[in-house]
Design a protein around this ligand. Structure first.
Ligand code: UD1
Ligand code: CA
Length: 449
Protein backbone atom coordinates (compact mmCIF):
# COMPACT_ATOMS: atom_id res chain seq x y z
CA UNK A 1 0.00 0.00 0.00
CA UNK A 2 1.13 3.56 -0.72
CA UNK A 3 2.73 5.40 2.19
CA UNK A 4 3.10 9.13 2.85
CA UNK A 5 5.15 10.61 5.68
CA UNK A 6 4.62 13.87 7.55
CA UNK A 7 7.52 15.09 9.68
CA UNK A 8 6.56 17.67 12.31
CA UNK A 9 9.31 20.22 12.73
CA UNK A 10 7.67 23.57 13.45
CA UNK A 11 8.46 23.85 17.16
CA UNK A 12 10.88 26.54 18.32
CA UNK A 13 12.83 24.38 20.71
CA UNK A 14 12.98 27.16 23.30
CA UNK A 15 15.11 25.07 25.65
CA UNK A 16 17.94 24.85 23.10
CA UNK A 17 18.53 28.57 23.82
CA UNK A 18 19.47 29.11 20.18
CA UNK A 19 18.79 31.25 17.11
CA UNK A 20 18.95 28.09 15.00
CA UNK A 21 15.71 26.08 14.67
CA UNK A 22 16.02 23.01 16.90
CA UNK A 23 15.71 20.50 14.05
CA UNK A 24 18.75 22.01 12.30
CA UNK A 25 21.16 21.43 15.15
CA UNK A 26 23.75 18.87 14.07
CA UNK A 27 23.80 15.24 15.10
CA UNK A 28 26.31 12.99 13.35
CA UNK A 29 27.28 15.99 11.15
CA UNK A 30 23.73 16.16 9.76
CA UNK A 31 20.75 18.25 10.84
CA UNK A 32 18.61 16.51 13.44
CA UNK A 33 15.78 16.58 10.93
CA UNK A 34 17.82 14.58 8.40
CA UNK A 35 17.79 11.60 10.77
CA UNK A 36 13.99 11.45 10.85
CA UNK A 37 13.92 11.97 7.08
CA UNK A 38 16.44 9.15 6.57
CA UNK A 39 14.15 6.81 8.52
CA UNK A 40 11.14 8.11 6.59
CA UNK A 41 12.60 7.43 3.15
CA UNK A 42 13.17 3.77 3.99
CA UNK A 43 9.37 3.45 3.70
CA UNK A 44 9.70 4.62 0.08
CA UNK A 45 6.95 7.19 0.62
CA UNK A 46 5.16 8.52 -2.43
CA UNK A 47 4.85 11.86 -0.60
CA UNK A 48 7.14 13.29 2.04
CA UNK A 49 6.01 16.45 3.82
CA UNK A 50 7.90 18.49 6.40
CA UNK A 51 5.95 20.92 8.58
CA UNK A 52 8.18 23.89 9.35
CA UNK A 53 7.46 26.95 11.49
CA UNK A 54 10.27 28.61 13.42
CA UNK A 55 13.08 29.33 10.98
CA UNK A 56 11.01 27.88 8.14
CA UNK A 57 13.26 29.34 5.44
CA UNK A 58 16.35 27.74 6.95
CA UNK A 59 14.50 24.44 7.31
CA UNK A 60 13.34 24.66 3.70
CA UNK A 61 16.92 25.18 2.54
CA UNK A 62 18.28 22.30 4.63
CA UNK A 63 15.57 19.93 3.39
CA UNK A 64 16.22 20.96 -0.21
CA UNK A 65 19.86 19.90 0.07
CA UNK A 66 19.35 16.51 1.72
CA UNK A 67 15.82 15.56 0.54
CA UNK A 68 14.80 17.60 -2.52
CA UNK A 69 11.84 15.27 -3.03
CA UNK A 70 10.25 16.47 0.22
CA UNK A 71 7.66 19.23 0.29
CA UNK A 72 8.02 21.79 3.08
CA UNK A 73 4.80 23.39 4.31
CA UNK A 74 4.63 26.24 6.76
CA UNK A 75 2.70 26.22 10.00
CA UNK A 76 2.97 29.88 10.94
CA UNK A 77 1.48 29.50 14.41
CA UNK A 78 2.22 26.39 16.46
CA UNK A 79 -1.18 25.48 17.82
CA UNK A 80 -0.45 21.83 18.54
CA UNK A 81 0.45 18.54 16.88
CA UNK A 82 -3.08 18.14 15.45
CA UNK A 83 -2.88 21.62 13.96
CA UNK A 84 0.54 20.77 12.48
CA UNK A 85 -0.83 17.66 10.76
CA UNK A 86 -3.73 19.75 9.43
CA UNK A 87 -1.16 22.13 7.89
CA UNK A 88 0.37 19.20 6.02
CA UNK A 89 -2.86 17.76 4.64
CA UNK A 90 -3.17 20.04 1.57
CA UNK A 91 0.18 18.61 0.42
CA UNK A 92 -1.40 15.14 0.56
CA UNK A 93 -4.37 16.09 -1.65
CA UNK A 94 -5.36 13.13 -3.79
CA UNK A 95 -3.14 10.73 -1.85
CA UNK A 96 -4.67 7.40 -0.92
CA UNK A 97 -2.91 5.05 1.45
CA UNK A 98 -1.36 5.26 4.88
CA UNK A 99 0.17 8.33 6.45
CA UNK A 100 2.96 8.08 9.01
CA UNK A 101 3.51 11.08 11.30
CA UNK A 102 7.02 11.51 12.75
CA UNK A 103 8.77 14.22 14.77
CA UNK A 104 11.79 16.04 13.37
CA UNK A 105 13.45 16.12 16.79
CA UNK A 106 13.32 12.35 17.34
CA UNK A 107 16.35 10.98 15.48
CA UNK A 108 16.60 7.36 16.59
CA UNK A 109 13.39 5.89 15.29
CA UNK A 110 14.31 2.69 13.40
CA UNK A 111 13.07 1.88 9.89
CA UNK A 112 12.04 -1.60 11.15
CA UNK A 113 9.70 0.00 13.67
CA UNK A 114 8.09 2.18 11.03
CA UNK A 115 7.63 -0.82 8.74
CA UNK A 116 6.06 -2.76 11.60
CA UNK A 117 3.57 0.08 11.96
CA UNK A 118 2.67 0.33 8.28
CA UNK A 119 2.21 -3.44 8.17
CA UNK A 120 -0.11 -3.55 11.19
CA UNK A 121 -3.69 -4.07 10.10
CA UNK A 122 -5.60 -1.28 11.80
CA UNK A 123 -6.92 2.04 10.58
CA UNK A 124 -4.90 3.88 13.20
CA UNK A 125 -1.62 2.57 14.67
CA UNK A 126 0.06 4.30 17.59
CA UNK A 127 3.71 3.76 18.53
CA UNK A 128 4.00 3.37 22.29
CA UNK A 129 6.82 2.53 24.67
CA UNK A 130 7.25 1.48 28.27
CA UNK A 131 8.88 4.48 29.95
CA UNK A 132 11.40 4.03 32.76
CA UNK A 133 10.33 7.50 33.92
CA UNK A 134 7.06 8.47 32.18
CA UNK A 135 7.50 12.13 33.14
CA UNK A 136 5.35 14.42 30.98
CA UNK A 137 4.66 12.02 28.13
CA UNK A 138 1.13 11.37 26.95
CA UNK A 139 -0.24 8.11 28.44
CA UNK A 140 -1.87 5.30 26.48
CA UNK A 141 -5.13 4.41 28.18
CA UNK A 142 -6.04 0.84 27.34
CA UNK A 143 -9.15 -1.23 28.12
CA UNK A 144 -10.42 -4.72 27.38
CA UNK A 145 -10.61 -3.90 23.67
CA UNK A 146 -7.18 -2.31 23.40
CA UNK A 147 -6.19 1.35 23.15
CA UNK A 148 -9.09 3.62 24.05
CA UNK A 149 -7.50 7.07 24.08
CA UNK A 150 -4.35 9.01 24.79
CA UNK A 151 -4.33 11.45 27.67
CA UNK A 152 -1.78 14.25 27.81
CA UNK A 153 0.12 14.59 31.08
CA UNK A 154 -1.35 18.02 31.77
CA UNK A 155 -4.87 16.66 31.50
CA UNK A 156 -4.28 13.32 33.23
CA UNK A 157 -5.72 12.19 36.57
CA UNK A 158 -3.32 10.74 39.17
CA UNK A 159 -4.48 7.23 38.15
CA UNK A 160 -3.75 7.98 34.48
CA UNK A 161 -0.36 9.47 35.37
CA UNK A 162 0.50 6.14 36.99
CA UNK A 163 0.34 4.47 33.54
CA UNK A 164 3.84 3.72 32.21
CA UNK A 165 2.86 2.89 28.61
CA UNK A 166 3.54 6.19 26.86
CA UNK A 167 2.92 7.86 23.52
CA UNK A 168 6.00 8.25 21.30
CA UNK A 169 4.11 10.67 19.07
CA UNK A 170 4.53 8.51 15.98
CA UNK A 171 1.26 7.44 14.44
CA UNK A 172 0.21 5.75 11.23
CA UNK A 173 -3.31 6.17 9.88
CA UNK A 174 -5.37 5.78 6.78
CA UNK A 175 -5.12 9.08 4.89
CA UNK A 176 -8.84 9.74 4.49
CA UNK A 177 -9.58 8.86 8.10
CA UNK A 178 -6.67 11.00 9.36
CA UNK A 179 -8.05 14.03 7.52
CA UNK A 180 -11.50 13.45 9.08
CA UNK A 181 -10.08 12.98 12.56
CA UNK A 182 -7.87 16.06 12.39
CA UNK A 183 -10.77 18.17 11.11
CA UNK A 184 -12.74 17.17 14.21
CA UNK A 185 -10.12 18.21 16.79
CA UNK A 186 -10.77 21.01 19.26
CA UNK A 187 -8.43 22.83 21.64
CA UNK A 188 -10.56 22.41 24.76
CA UNK A 189 -7.77 21.11 27.00
CA UNK A 190 -5.24 22.19 29.59
CA UNK A 191 -2.74 23.42 26.97
CA UNK A 192 -5.32 25.06 24.69
CA UNK A 193 -3.75 23.11 21.78
CA UNK A 194 -5.10 20.93 19.01
CA UNK A 195 -3.80 17.57 20.22
CA UNK A 196 -3.21 14.97 17.52
CA UNK A 197 -3.56 12.47 20.34
CA UNK A 198 -7.29 13.27 20.71
CA UNK A 199 -7.87 11.60 17.36
CA UNK A 200 -7.51 8.17 19.02
CA UNK A 201 -10.65 8.52 21.13
CA UNK A 202 -12.43 9.98 18.11
CA UNK A 203 -11.40 7.00 15.97
CA UNK A 204 -12.69 4.60 18.62
CA UNK A 205 -15.96 6.53 18.90
CA UNK A 206 -16.36 6.14 15.15
CA UNK A 207 -15.79 2.36 15.47
CA UNK A 208 -12.49 2.49 13.58
CA UNK A 209 -9.82 -0.07 14.38
CA UNK A 210 -6.93 1.17 16.53
CA UNK A 211 -3.75 -0.71 17.43
CA UNK A 212 -0.59 -0.11 19.44
CA UNK A 213 2.88 -1.13 18.32
CA UNK A 214 5.65 -0.79 20.91
CA UNK A 215 9.35 -0.09 20.59
CA UNK A 216 12.27 0.33 23.01
CA UNK A 217 12.26 3.70 24.76
CA UNK A 218 15.65 4.58 23.25
CA UNK A 219 14.07 4.89 19.80
CA UNK A 220 11.66 7.55 20.94
CA UNK A 221 14.30 9.76 22.50
CA UNK A 222 13.56 13.39 21.65
CA UNK A 223 16.02 16.30 21.80
CA UNK A 224 14.97 19.37 23.78
CA UNK A 225 18.21 20.76 25.24
CA UNK A 226 21.89 21.03 24.32
CA UNK A 227 22.65 18.49 27.02
CA UNK A 228 20.23 16.04 25.40
CA UNK A 229 21.81 16.80 22.02
CA UNK A 230 25.26 15.97 23.41
CA UNK A 231 23.94 12.75 24.94
CA UNK A 232 22.28 11.87 21.62
CA UNK A 233 25.58 12.51 19.81
CA UNK A 234 27.33 10.05 22.13
CA UNK A 235 24.61 7.50 21.48
CA UNK A 236 24.74 8.07 17.73
CA UNK A 237 28.53 7.63 17.69
CA UNK A 238 28.37 4.49 19.81
CA UNK A 239 25.91 2.97 17.36
CA UNK A 240 27.83 4.08 14.28
CA UNK A 241 31.04 2.54 15.66
CA UNK A 242 29.30 -0.73 16.50
CA UNK A 243 27.73 -0.82 13.06
CA UNK A 244 31.06 -0.21 11.31
CA UNK A 245 32.71 -3.04 13.29
CA UNK A 246 29.75 -5.28 12.50
CA UNK A 247 30.16 -4.46 8.79
CA UNK A 248 33.76 -5.66 8.83
CA UNK A 249 35.57 -2.35 9.21
CA UNK A 250 38.63 -2.37 11.48
CA UNK A 251 38.63 0.50 13.97
CA UNK A 252 41.85 0.50 15.97
CA UNK A 253 40.37 2.73 18.67
CA UNK A 254 36.61 2.90 17.99
CA UNK A 255 35.84 5.36 20.79
CA UNK A 256 38.06 7.99 19.09
CA UNK A 257 36.46 7.79 15.65
CA UNK A 258 33.55 10.11 14.83
CA UNK A 259 31.06 9.27 12.12
CA UNK A 260 28.51 11.27 10.13
CA UNK A 261 25.00 10.07 9.38
CA UNK A 262 25.94 9.20 5.79
CA UNK A 263 29.48 7.82 6.29
CA UNK A 264 29.90 4.71 4.16
CA UNK A 265 32.89 2.39 4.68
CA UNK A 266 33.51 -0.88 2.86
CA UNK A 267 34.56 -4.18 4.37
CA UNK A 268 38.19 -4.63 5.45
CA UNK A 269 38.90 -0.92 5.40
CA UNK A 270 41.13 0.13 8.28
CA UNK A 271 40.46 3.30 10.25
CA UNK A 272 43.14 4.35 12.72
CA UNK A 273 42.67 6.32 15.94
CA UNK A 274 41.25 9.85 16.07
CA UNK A 275 39.67 10.04 12.65
CA UNK A 276 36.74 12.42 12.12
CA UNK A 277 34.23 11.97 9.30
CA UNK A 278 32.23 14.98 8.15
CA UNK A 279 29.30 14.54 5.79
CA UNK A 280 29.57 12.77 2.44
CA UNK A 281 32.46 10.35 2.91
CA UNK A 282 32.64 7.01 1.12
CA UNK A 283 35.55 4.62 1.55
CA UNK A 284 35.95 1.46 -0.46
CA UNK A 285 36.98 -1.94 0.85
CA UNK A 286 40.58 -2.33 1.85
CA UNK A 287 41.44 1.37 1.98
CA UNK A 288 43.35 2.65 4.98
CA UNK A 289 42.86 5.90 6.86
CA UNK A 290 45.63 6.41 9.41
CA UNK A 291 45.50 8.32 12.66
CA UNK A 292 44.32 11.93 12.99
CA UNK A 293 42.62 12.49 9.65
CA UNK A 294 39.68 14.81 9.01
CA UNK A 295 37.58 13.82 6.00
CA UNK A 296 34.46 15.30 4.42
CA UNK A 297 32.76 15.08 1.04
CA UNK A 298 35.38 12.74 -0.36
CA UNK A 299 35.77 9.31 -1.91
CA UNK A 300 38.65 6.94 -1.17
CA UNK A 301 39.05 3.94 -3.44
CA UNK A 302 40.29 0.44 -2.81
CA UNK A 303 43.92 0.14 -1.81
CA UNK A 304 44.38 3.85 -1.14
CA UNK A 305 46.12 5.04 2.03
CA UNK A 306 45.48 8.37 3.70
CA UNK A 307 47.30 10.04 6.58
CA UNK A 308 48.35 10.20 9.30
CA UNK A 309 47.29 13.86 9.70
CA UNK A 310 45.61 14.37 6.33
CA UNK A 311 42.65 16.57 5.51
CA UNK A 312 40.35 15.66 2.65
CA UNK A 313 37.76 18.30 1.82
CA UNK A 314 34.69 18.23 -0.43
CA UNK A 315 35.39 17.01 -3.93
CA UNK A 316 38.54 15.04 -3.05
CA UNK A 317 38.43 11.89 -5.18
CA UNK A 318 41.17 9.32 -4.63
CA UNK A 319 41.39 6.50 -7.18
CA UNK A 320 42.79 3.06 -6.41
CA UNK A 321 46.19 2.80 -4.76
CA UNK A 322 46.58 6.54 -4.28
CA UNK A 323 48.81 7.46 -1.37
CA UNK A 324 48.18 10.67 0.58
CA UNK A 325 50.58 11.22 3.44
CA UNK A 326 50.95 13.55 6.41
CA UNK A 327 49.98 17.22 6.45
CA UNK A 328 48.35 17.06 3.05
CA UNK A 329 45.14 18.94 2.27
CA UNK A 330 43.09 18.05 -0.78
CA UNK A 331 40.00 19.92 -1.98
CA UNK A 332 37.98 19.50 -5.17
CA UNK A 333 40.73 17.44 -6.78
CA UNK A 334 40.79 14.13 -8.60
CA UNK A 335 43.83 11.94 -8.05
CA UNK A 336 44.05 9.14 -10.58
CA UNK A 337 45.29 5.63 -9.86
CA UNK A 338 48.63 5.33 -8.10
CA UNK A 339 49.22 9.05 -7.48
CA UNK A 340 51.52 9.76 -4.53
CA UNK A 341 51.27 12.94 -2.44
CA UNK A 342 53.49 12.16 0.50
CA UNK A 343 53.94 15.28 2.58
CA UNK A 344 53.05 18.89 3.34
CA UNK A 345 51.00 19.66 0.24
CA UNK A 346 47.87 21.52 -0.80
CA UNK A 347 46.03 20.34 -3.90
CA UNK A 348 42.88 22.34 -4.67
CA UNK A 349 40.83 22.50 -7.89
CA UNK A 350 43.12 20.03 -9.63
CA UNK A 351 43.36 16.82 -11.60
CA UNK A 352 46.43 14.64 -11.28
CA UNK A 353 47.06 11.86 -13.80
CA UNK A 354 48.01 8.27 -13.04
CA UNK A 355 51.21 7.45 -11.12
CA UNK A 356 52.30 11.09 -10.83
CA UNK A 357 54.43 11.92 -7.80
CA UNK A 358 53.83 15.19 -6.00
CA UNK A 359 56.88 16.30 -3.99
CA UNK A 360 56.79 17.64 -0.44
CA UNK A 361 55.63 21.19 -0.03
CA UNK A 362 53.84 21.46 -3.39
CA UNK A 363 51.02 23.97 -3.51
CA UNK A 364 48.40 24.61 -6.14
CA UNK A 365 47.96 28.38 -5.95
CA UNK A 366 44.32 28.06 -6.97
CA UNK A 367 42.95 31.36 -5.66
CA UNK A 368 43.85 34.80 -6.98
CA UNK A 369 41.93 36.58 -4.26
CA UNK A 370 38.78 36.73 -6.37
CA UNK A 371 38.43 33.54 -8.43
CA UNK A 372 39.44 29.89 -8.22
CA UNK A 373 41.47 28.32 -11.03
CA UNK A 374 42.23 24.78 -12.15
CA UNK A 375 45.55 22.95 -12.21
CA UNK A 376 45.93 20.04 -14.63
CA UNK A 377 48.80 17.59 -14.17
CA UNK A 378 49.25 14.71 -16.59
CA UNK A 379 50.16 11.09 -15.91
CA UNK A 380 53.66 9.95 -14.89
CA UNK A 381 54.77 13.49 -14.06
CA UNK A 382 57.13 14.42 -11.25
CA UNK A 383 56.44 17.61 -9.34
CA UNK A 384 59.61 18.62 -7.47
CA UNK A 385 59.42 19.54 -3.80
CA UNK A 386 58.17 23.00 -3.02
CA UNK A 387 56.69 23.66 -6.45
CA UNK A 388 54.14 26.47 -6.60
CA UNK A 389 51.66 25.77 -9.37
CA UNK A 390 50.07 29.11 -10.15
CA UNK A 391 46.68 28.23 -11.62
CA UNK A 392 45.30 28.13 -14.21
CA UNK A 393 48.20 25.98 -15.35
CA UNK A 394 48.85 22.64 -17.02
CA UNK A 395 51.78 20.29 -16.51
CA UNK A 396 51.94 17.72 -19.32
CA UNK A 397 52.30 13.97 -18.95
CA UNK A 398 55.78 12.78 -18.08
CA UNK A 399 56.98 16.33 -17.31
CA UNK A 400 59.18 17.29 -14.36
CA UNK A 401 59.30 20.50 -12.37
CA UNK A 402 62.46 21.46 -10.49
CA UNK A 403 62.28 21.84 -6.71
CA UNK A 404 61.30 25.29 -5.60
CA UNK A 405 59.87 26.25 -8.98
CA UNK A 406 57.09 28.76 -9.33
CA UNK A 407 55.24 27.44 -12.37
CA UNK A 408 53.25 30.20 -14.04
CA UNK A 409 53.25 28.89 -17.59
CA UNK A 410 52.08 25.56 -19.01
CA UNK A 411 54.69 22.81 -19.08
CA UNK A 412 54.65 20.69 -22.27
CA UNK A 413 54.54 16.89 -21.93
CA UNK A 414 57.95 15.41 -21.24
CA UNK A 415 59.58 18.81 -20.51
CA UNK A 416 61.64 19.85 -17.51
CA UNK A 417 60.46 23.16 -16.07
CA UNK A 418 62.74 25.25 -13.88
CA UNK A 419 61.21 28.38 -12.50
CA UNK A 420 63.59 29.59 -9.83
CA UNK A 421 66.51 31.99 -9.40
CA UNK A 422 69.87 30.67 -10.46
CA UNK A 423 72.21 29.82 -7.58
CA UNK A 424 75.58 31.57 -7.18
CA UNK A 425 78.39 30.41 -4.83
CA UNK A 426 80.92 32.85 -3.27
CA UNK A 427 84.04 30.84 -2.26
CA UNK A 428 85.31 31.47 1.27
CA UNK A 429 82.75 34.18 2.03
CA UNK A 430 81.01 32.29 4.88
CA UNK A 431 83.81 32.72 7.49
CA UNK A 432 84.03 36.47 6.81
CA UNK A 433 80.28 36.82 7.12
CA UNK A 434 80.23 34.95 10.46
CA UNK A 435 83.04 37.15 11.83
CA UNK A 436 81.10 40.27 10.94
CA UNK A 437 77.94 38.95 12.59
CA UNK A 438 79.77 37.95 15.81
CA UNK A 439 81.33 41.39 16.04
CA UNK A 440 77.94 42.99 15.63
CA UNK A 441 76.46 40.76 18.36
CA UNK A 442 79.28 41.68 20.79
CA UNK A 443 78.81 45.39 20.08
CA UNK A 444 75.08 45.17 20.90
CA UNK A 445 75.85 43.25 24.12
CA UNK A 446 78.19 46.07 25.34
CA UNK A 447 75.60 48.66 24.47
CA UNK A 448 73.12 46.96 26.81
CA UNK A 449 75.54 46.83 29.80
C1 UD1 B 1 3.73 15.08 22.23
C2 UD1 B 1 2.47 14.24 22.41
C3 UD1 B 1 2.64 13.33 23.63
C4 UD1 B 1 3.86 12.47 23.46
C5 UD1 B 1 5.10 13.33 23.19
C6 UD1 B 1 6.26 12.46 22.82
C7 UD1 B 1 0.58 15.54 21.59
C8 UD1 B 1 -0.54 16.46 21.96
N1 UD1 B 1 1.34 15.12 22.60
O1 UD1 B 1 3.82 15.92 23.36
O2 UD1 B 1 1.51 12.51 23.79
O3 UD1 B 1 4.08 11.68 24.61
O4 UD1 B 1 4.84 14.22 22.08
O5 UD1 B 1 7.41 13.22 22.69
O6 UD1 B 1 0.73 15.22 20.43
N2 UD1 B 1 5.00 20.47 16.59
C9 UD1 B 1 4.71 21.19 15.46
N3 UD1 B 1 3.70 22.11 15.49
C10 UD1 B 1 2.97 22.32 16.61
C11 UD1 B 1 3.27 21.58 17.77
C12 UD1 B 1 4.28 20.65 17.73
O7 UD1 B 1 5.35 21.02 14.43
O8 UD1 B 1 2.07 23.17 16.55
C13 UD1 B 1 6.10 19.49 16.55
C14 UD1 B 1 7.24 19.86 17.50
O9 UD1 B 1 8.20 20.63 16.81
C15 UD1 B 1 7.76 18.51 17.92
C16 UD1 B 1 6.54 17.60 17.87
O10 UD1 B 1 5.60 18.26 17.02
O11 UD1 B 1 8.72 18.01 17.02
C17 UD1 B 1 5.94 17.34 19.24
O12 UD1 B 1 5.53 18.54 19.81
P1 UD1 B 1 5.75 18.84 21.35
O13 UD1 B 1 5.21 20.17 21.65
O14 UD1 B 1 7.14 18.55 21.73
O15 UD1 B 1 4.78 17.75 21.98
P2 UD1 B 1 4.80 17.20 23.45
O16 UD1 B 1 4.14 18.17 24.34
O17 UD1 B 1 6.15 16.75 23.81
CA1 CA C 1 8.43 17.07 23.00
Amino acid sequence: MAVAVIVLAAGQGTRMNSDLPKVLHPLGAAPLLAHALAAAVTLEPSRLVVVAGHGADLVRRAVATTHPEAEVVEQSEQLGTGHAVAAALPALAGFEGRVVVLYGDTPFIRPETLTMMTETEAEVVVLGFEAADPGRYGRLVTGPSGLERIVEFKDATPEERAITLCNSGVICADATLLAELVAGLTNANAAGEYYLTDSIAAARAGAHSVAVVTCPEAETLGINTRAELAAAEALFQARARAEALENGVTLTAPETVFFALDTWIGRDALIGPNVVFGPGVTIESGAEVRAFCHLEGCHISRGATVGPFARLRPGAELAEDVHVGNFVEIKNAILDEGVKVGHLTYLGDAHVGERTNIGAGTITCNYDGVMKHHTEIGADAFIGSDTMLVAPVTVGAGALTGSGSVITEDVPPGAVALGRAKQTNKPGLAAKLFDRLRAEKARRGEGKA
